[in-house]
Ligand binder design. Structure first.
Ligand SMILES: NC(=O)c1ccc[n+]([C@@H]2O[C@H](COP(=O)([O-])OP(=O)(O)OC[C@H]3O[C@@H](n4cnc5c(N)ncnc54)[C@H](O)[C@@H]3O)[C@@H](O)[C@H]2O)c1
Length: 287
C-alpha cells in the first residue's frame, strides 16, 4: 500500500518528547525516512527504536539546535543517511521565563537561541540543501499564538514565536522560486510536560479547581496536531505557502497577518497633534 510520504526524507527537531515525538511518529507512519533530533539522547534514541521496530527508517541525532553549525550537521545527517532532505520541521523548544524586568541576558539568549535561531538556522540550511538538490521541499516551523496574546512571564518565548511569524513570511517569498513551501503550525495548549507545568503555575496564581479542570480538559493531545504537519509535508500540502495554521482535534484555522484598521484620515496632512488625538481616541485608555 502506498503511503503519503513514501520516499520523502524529513528532519524533526526536538523529537524526543511531546509534540515533536508525535510529528516524527506520524511522518514515519506515512512512509517518510526520519532524521529525529533532540538535545537529549535517551528519548530520541527510544523514539528511533520505536520507529525501527515498526519497519520505519530513522536515524537519531542527539544535539542541541540553535547554531548555524548544529543546523549544518543536522542537514548533513539527512544527506549522509538517506541521500537528501525533503522536509524540515523546526519544533525544538525550551525557554526561560519570569517577570520581563527581571530576566537576565542569559535567559533571553537561551530562549531566542533555541526557539528563534534554532528555527531560523535549520530552515535556512534545509532551504539551501533543497535548492541545491532541486525538486522543491517543505519547511514547517512551529510557532504559538502566545506571541500576539502577550502572555505575562513568557516574554522571550512570545518574542521568539513572533519572530517565527516573520520568518515564515519572508522565507515563503524567497524560497517559492525553488518550489519550497514554508508554513508554520501554531498548536493550541497541548498536553505536554512544559504545558502541564505551566498550568500548575496558573493554579498557584489563583485559578479555582474547577477552572483548572476545565483548562486541562481543553488541552489537545500531541496526536491531534500531528495530522496537519503530515499534510504540510505532503506533495498536496506544499501547494500552501506563507501560512500559519492553528489546529485542534476538530478544527483548523488560518492565522492571518494583522489587519490595518483605518482609524482616520487627514487631508492634506501632515497630522497635527490634535488630529491624532482625535483619531486615536478609540484605542486609548480612559483619561
Ligand atoms: N505544548 C503546547 O501547548 C505548545 C503550544 C504552542 C507551541 N508549542 C511548541 O511546540 C514545540 C514543542 O513543545 P512541547 O510542548 O512538545 O515541548 P516538550 O518539552 O515536550 O518537547 C520539546 C523537545 O525539544 C527538545 N529540545 C529543547 N531544546 C532543544 C534544542 N536546543 N535542540 C534540540 N532539542 C531541544 C527537548 O529536549 C524536548 O524533547 C515547541 O516549539 C513549543 O513552543 C507547544
Amino acid at each position: 500500500m502506498s503511503r503519503r510520504l513514501d520516499g520523502q526524507v524529513v528532519v524533526v527537531t526536538g523529537a524526543g518528547r511531546g509534540l515533536g515525538r508525535a510529528y516524527a511518529l506520524a511522518l514515519a507512519a506515512e512512509g517518510a525516512s526520519v532524521v529525529a533530533n533532540d538535545r537529549d539522547a535517551e528519548p530520541v534514541e527510544a523514539l528511533a527504536a520505536e520507529i525501527t521496530s515498526t519497519g520505519g527508517r530513522v536515524v537519531a541525532v542527539a544535539e542541541a539546535v540553535g547554531t548555524r553549525a548544529a543546523a549544518t550537521r543536522l542537514v548533513q545527517a539527512a544527506r549522509d543517511s538517506f541521500g537528501r532532505i525533503d522536509v524540515m520541521v523546526t519544533n525544538a523548544g525550551a525557554d526561560r521565563r519570569g517577570p520581563v524586568l527581571d530576566l537576565t541576558d542569559e535567559d533571553w539568549e537561551f530562549t531566542l537561541g533555541t526557539h528563534l535561531l534554532g528555527s531560523l538556522f535549520c530552515s535556512v540550511e534545509a532551504g539551501r540543501a533543497m535548492r541545491d538538490q532541486g525538486g522543491g521541499g517543505a519547511i514547517i516551523n512551529i510557532t504559538s499564538d502566545a506571541f500576539h496574546q502577550g502572555v505575562p512571564t513568557l516574554a522571550p518565548y512570545c518574542v521568539s514565536k513572533g519572530g517565527i511569524y516573520g520568518l515564515v513570511r519572508v522565507l515563503a517569498a524567497e524560497l517559492a522560486p525553488f518550489g519550497i513551501s514554508v508554513n508554520a503550525v501554531a498548536p493550541p495548549a497541548t498536553r505536554t510536560e512544559p504545558m502541564l507545568a505551566f498550568a500548575e503555575t496558573l493554579e498557584v496564581m489563583g485559578l479555582t479547581e474547577e477552572q483548572m479542570d476545565a483548562l486541562k480538559a481543553s488541552f489537545q493531545d500531541p496526536e491531534d496536531i500531528a495530522p496537519v504537519v503530515v499534510y504540510l509535508a505532503s506533495p498536496e500540502g506544499r501547494r500552501l505557502t506563507g501560512r500559519v495554521l492553528g489546529v485542534t482535534r476538530r478544527e483548523v484555522v488560518s492565522l492571518e497577518p494583522p489587519t490595518a484598521n483605518r482609524l482616520g484620515t487627514c487631508d492634506p496632512g501632515p497630522w497635527t497633534f490634535d488630529g491624532l488625538e482625535a483619531a486615536l481616541a478609540p484605542l486609548a485608555a480612559p483619561a
